[in-house]
Design a protein around this ligand. Structure first.
Ligand code: ADP
Ligand code: MG
Length: 256
């Protein structure tokens, strides 16, 4: 796709859970190689937004494009049709996701956790997948942990493995949902450092976090959700230093 098209473009996303409107027309766009921080009070729809991008939830309206390609749907004569599950599985490989609770498989070693998607979805040979796991572990500084089980790792190490695992299918976009919120404060820095390196390598990322320092130093863009709507979006320094919206001012007071 052309280098001008945004890597992620979400247009007018709507999502309901029963009577509850959780996303009320969310439009956000992240250029290639940029990092967007997503802030907002609890319940504002941040996780739902990420889950819709990654097809963990089905949207009730709106369009999502990854690198110019419509995801989850195909458009015929202006009408959206849902893609079959196997096509969605394929598209989802282009999006890596990291959760608050690292979600590693406890019965698999670090190498097996990382190699699972590449071997099952991409038919990579076992030896090639192990080689790839080693490269990814190098990137997150955990090469020596390749054959241990998650329970032998600290929370920060587990989250770094989860990041390596999310990178294993060569995603074009990485989504992080409060990746450091479950960590002991002493372990937050090592995870943020890995994310900072990823950003420096040019990965396009959307990061839900309360780490305002990360938003200020690493994220090119910051968006604020409130009640399922984008109430503020723009360059991080502007949004964080001089937010226009009173709710955002209020919110930022509490997270500083
Ligand atoms: P945030 O991540 O900003 O805290 P969420 O996206 O998790 O917000 O949730 C937004 C709203 O949607 C909340 O009111 C939450 O209770 C509701 N919600 C989220 N997931 C579901 C679900 N699977 N079923 C019903 N309600 C849900
Ligand atoms: Mg959430």
């Amino acid at each position: 796709m052309s280098s001008e098209s945004p890597m992620l473009e979400a247009v007018d996303l709507h999502k309901r859970f029963g009577e509850l409107n959780v996303l009320n027309g969310v439009s956000l766009s992240v250029p290639r190689g940029k990092v967007m921080c997503l802030l907002g009070p609890s319940g504002s729809g941040k996780s739902t937004f990420l889950r819709c991008i990654n097809h963990l939830e089905r949207v009730d309206g709106g369009r999502i494009r990854l690198d110019g390609e419509l995801i989850g749907h195909v458009e015929r004569n202006g009408v959206l049709h849902e893609l079959p599950g196997r096509r969605i599985v394929h598209q989802r490989q282009r999006i890596g996701m990291v959760f608050q609770q690292f979600n590693l498989f406890p019965h698999l070693t670090v190498a097996q956790n990382i190699a699972l998607a590449p071997t099952t979805l991409r038919k990579l040979s076992k030896s090639a997948a192990r080689q790839r796991a080693l490269e990814l572990l190098d990137r997150v500084g955990l090469r020596d942990k390749i054959d241990v089980y998650p329970s032998a790792l600290s929370g920060g190490q587990q989250q770094r493995v989860a990041i390596a695992r999310a990178l294993a299918t060569d995603p074009k976009l990485m989504l992080f949902d409060e990746p450091t919120s479950a960590l002991d404060p002493a372990l937050v820095g090592e995870v943020l450092a890995v994310m900072r390196d990823l950003a420096a390598d040019g990965m396009t990322m959307v990061v839900v976090t309360h780490e305002i320092g990360f938003a200020r130093d690493v994220a090119h863009l910051t968006a604020v959700l409130d009640g399922g709507e984008v109430v503020e979006t723009g360059p991080s320094e502007r949004v964080l230093e001089s937010p226009g919206h009173p709710r955002v001012k209020e919110f930022l007071k509490h997270v500083r």
